[in-house]
Design a protein. Structure first.
Length: 720
């Protein structure tokens, strides 16, 4: 009978009334403030995974109140064995895939198109995101909010404060979209207040009523920062010291449209890239890590270019991102990867009615070979139909040369969330063209995609993308031009009612790249034979990969001083088998192991890689990874090694010490990045960062110091 009641709630609209109070609760992880007694208790949660609208294994109580200045959420999450609550994540801003967590989703405009996601765990980690579409969210969005957690008997408690200055909303709208989720990792269990087809997002929400009389303030944030940087080079010897004041200002023009100004932007505390070893003939793709460019970056996304093959294991990251008209990593970096000053810049981003707006203009400083230049990108889209978008993009400027360059494009992204049984149909089409002196004709890129996604049962997707030979987005990313790229994947996920296994998946992913002037370039068919996931989130996967490569011009597959091995021109067919095993990250010890072996071009390859993580406590996490390729070709034999060691030490919820050491035997470099980060409150941060480089110049396993960079930085947010 209980399950029948919950099943009925699956289709009914849920709502509760938020209670306005005069006195704010103290955010200390203890629900002993009198104001919580005034709130309506929300308790009607259900399982969304592994069961679908079945009774949860543990009860949850959730309370919501608000004052003139902030929204307050209190949650008591019962657990029969609180000693087993998973909380391996200790840093603010990190995702919580292996943590017991509380999830809150807000849609202040109650339009069912976008929303804001807040998550926390037992360590009080703050993790937030912005839904850019009804089903995708950007982790690059950050705002100021507070949380505190605690264990009380057989439950863990979380209190959350979200200032109204941190959220855009329309004061005339007194009903917000609202949803809650909870995860219990050791059971691989997800709960939700409202869900459909084991999912919840801004289109699958309840409502919170009674939201009136809130104060957004002036809507102005001023963020000054100061950085002191000392750089040393040892071969040849050089020293430099810099003192870099910087200023960022953010102003809310309307409840949903923001303006930002940056002066003398400083990136000295940015995290380093994870190293990669390139065994292909194309450029690698490295993600953006700088906060200034990541903020509101979702508004500049065009054509769903990367999403056409997201999750398709036959494609690589560079291939999925190929033909992006705007890639912020091109800004503020020279062609060799060295930083370039950004003297000043401005951004307008947000929404006006059904229009989504992103405009960025910066003045990039000069380098030895490139004059100071102005760079501009504008992206505007309009919400059409129920959940779809149509828009255009324009870029102007070249950050890496003195040539003129511009790109213009238009796109349409279709989403239909109204299919039977909660299923969706997606589609996208785009066209873009670049204008570069000396490159005439064959300077466009276009594509189309369609998808039938689902986490349960059958799913499929297909995409087609053309990148002409002279398509040259100077502010974008092109890894492979003069090609047409076909991608497709199909699969089926089966959920078990009970037992050790939670679900099983099988499918096929494929990619075929043809040259526009005729002939095959690359074909990959990835047979995902069997992929099993247990109730505790351990995974075992088996696969077989068939490859075809046509090489027109020889390229170096392995290159270092005095040692070069080339793949010669010709046609190659080769295949390999793979097996991988991953243990769930909520355990004290977790890890992964991946094995691939088989043919490789006209030779053979064995690849082993793995990671081991020790979650010693909420105060210490240690991990190590290793990737090894042993490749034998008729023209030579070589081995690549890539290793890393990472430590995370939490002295308190506001003070962290993070160290990452990386080594690869291609560059024969050891890179050490260690950073002490202090966050006394959200919006206030201090850093001490040391980057240390060692080089084996003679390749005799004797490393010498090559570089040493020390940065000290502090920034503070003033809110008005």
């Amino acid at each position: 009978m209980a399950q029948e009641v919950v099943e009925e709630q699956r289709v009914e609209a849920k709502s509760f009334r938020a209670v306005r109070v005069d006195t704010a609760p103290v955010i200390d992880g203890v629900l002993d403030d009198a104001v919580w007694q005034q709130a309506e208790a929300v308790t009607d949660f259900h399982q969304s995974r592994p069961g679908d609208h079945t009774e949860p294994s543990e009860p949850t109580e959730l309370y919501v109140v608000y004052t003139r200045d902030a929204l307050y959420i209190g949650a008591r999450m019962y657990d029969a064995d609180p000693d087993l609550i998973a909380a391996p994540t200790i840093r603010h801003g990190q995702g919580l895939p292996f943590d017991d967590r509380l999830v809150v989703i807000l849609d202040p405009f109650n339009q069912g198109r976008a929303g804001y996601r807040f998550e926390t765990n037992l360590n009080g980690v703050r993790h937030d995101a912005l839904y850019t579409t009804p089903t995708q969210f950007s982790l690059n969005w950050n705002t100021i909010w507070e949380t505190a957690t605690n264990v009380e008997g057989n439950a863990w408690v979380a209190e959350i404060e979200i200032p109204f200055k941190s959220l855009p909303f329309n004061p005339a709208v007194d009903t917000w979209g609202f949803n809650f989720g909870r995860g219990i990792r050791r059971k691989n269990e997800e709960m939700a207040w409202v869900s459909l087809d084991r999912q919840y997002n801004p289109t699958i929400m309840g409502e919170m009523t009674g939201m009136t009389g809130m104060d957004q303030g002036v809507g102005l944030d001023i963020v000054p920062s100061m950085a002191a940087v000392r750089q040393r080079r040892f071969n040849p010897s050089a020293r430099d010291e810099q003192y870099n004041p910087s200023l960022d200002a953010f102003y809310r023009l309307t409840p949903s449209l923001n303006a930002a100004l940056t002066i003398n932007t400083d990136f000295s505390a940015v995290e380093v890239d994870n190293r990669q070893v390139n065994l292909t003939r194309f450029n690698l793709f490295f993600p953006e890590r700088r906060d200034f460019f990541n903020n509101d970056s979702e508004l500049f996304q065009f054509g769903n270019i990367s999403g056409m093959a997201r999750g398709n294991n036959a494609t690589g990251g560079a291939s999925r991102e190929n033909a992006r008209p705007y890639f912020s990593r091109k800004l503020g970096l020279a062609a060799d990867g060295s930083p370039v000053d950004i003297e000043y810049g401005g951004r307008i981003s947000g929404r006006i009615g059904r229009f989504n707006i992103g405009t960025l203009a910066i003045r990039q400083g000069e380098t030895a070979s490139v004059a100071a230049t102005d760079l501009l990108v504008t992206r505007i889209s309009a919400n059409v139909l129920e959940d779809s978008q149509v828009g255009f993009i324009f870029t102007d400027g070249d950050p890496t040369s003195n040539l003129d360059n511009s790109v213009a494009g238009a796109d349409f992204q279709y989403i239909n969330n109204n299919l039977a049984n909660g299923r969706r149909l997606t589609g996208n089409v785009f066209f873009q063209q670049s204008d570069t002196p000396g490159l005439e004709d064959d300077d466009s890129s276009y594509g189309i995609g369609v998808g039938y996604p689902s986490s349960v049962g059958f799913r499929t997707r297909a995409g087609y993308k053309v990148v002409e030979e002279n398509f040259d987005p100077a502010m974008g990313f092109v890894a492979n031009a003069g090609i047409e790229d076909f991608t497709a994947d199909v699969g089926y996920t089966y959920f078990f009612d009970s037992g050790v296994l939670q679900n099983a998946f099988g499918g096929i992913d494929m990619q075929r790249i043809n040259l526009l002037d005729g002939g095959l370039q690359t074909e990959v068919v990835n047979y995902r034979l069997l992929e099993l996931e247990s109730g505790s989130r351990d995974r075992l996967q088996f696969g077989y990969i068939a490859n075809k490569e046509v090489i027109r011009n020889r390229f170096p597959i392995f290159r270092r001083t005095g040692d070069e091995i080339y793949i010669e021109a010709g046609s190659y067919e080769f295949s390999e088998q793979r097996v991988s095993f991953n243990t769930a990250g909520q355990r004290e010890f977790s890890g992964s192991f991946n094995y691939r072996s088989g043919d490789f071009f006209n030779g053979e390859r064995v690849n082993l890689n793995g990671r081991v993580t020790w979650n010693q406590s909420r105060y210490l996490i240690l991990s190590a990874s290793y990737d090894w390729n042993d490749i034998e070709l008729p023209q030579g034999k070589f081995t690549t090694r890539l290793s890393s060691v990472n430590s995370q030490v939490a002295f308190s919820p506001t003070l962290y010490w993070i160290t990452l050491a990386q080594y690869d035997n291609v560059s024969e470099e050891i890179g050490i990045n260690t950073r002490l980060q202090w966050i006394p409150r959200a919006g206030q941060e201090g850093f001490i960062v040391l980057n240390y480089g060692l080089q084996d110049w003679d390749r005799d396993n004797s490393f010498q110091v090559a570089s040493s960079d020390l940065s000290v930085k502090f920034r503070y947010t003033f809110r008005f």
